[in-house]
Design a protein. Structure first.
Length: 114
């Protein structure tokens, strides 16, 4: 119990440093950009580190097929692929920031709220 209390007090002492590191991490998350694609590149989706879709490209070939259900499936697959990649990048950035400021990382590798 006293060990955990000491850790909390140590974190409180470093609060300004932690706040600065979190602000820097939030900026980095906006700069992360990953892509997922489906249908051999017929659909390409880009996601940033804030889990926002920033781009969705649908090839002329996919549009000409006239199959809305298949197109929806391709968009879903490309988006899910990009989200997996984005989560991996966010976890790496979170772990790096946590190590820099001496925070223990929770299971799963991402800080709460990420």
């Amino acid at each position: 119990m006293f060990k955990e209390l000491g850790q909390v007090m140590g974190l409180m002492k470093n609060l300004p440093r932690l706040q600065a590191a979190m602000a820097e991490l939030q900026q980095k998350l906006g700069q992360i950009s990953v892509e997922g694609n489906a249908g051999a590149g017929m659909v390409v989706v880009a996601i940033n580190g804030r889990m926002e879709m920033t781009k969705c490209l649908i090839s002329d070939e996919a549009m000409k097929l006239g199959d809305g259900e298949m197109l929806a499936d391709l968009v879903t697959a490309a988006t899910n692929m990009a989200l997996v990649k984005a989560r991996e990048e966010v976890a790496r950035a979170s772990q790096s920031m946590a190590q820099e400021v001496g925070l223990p990382m929770p299971p799963g590798g991402m800080l709460p709220g990420m």
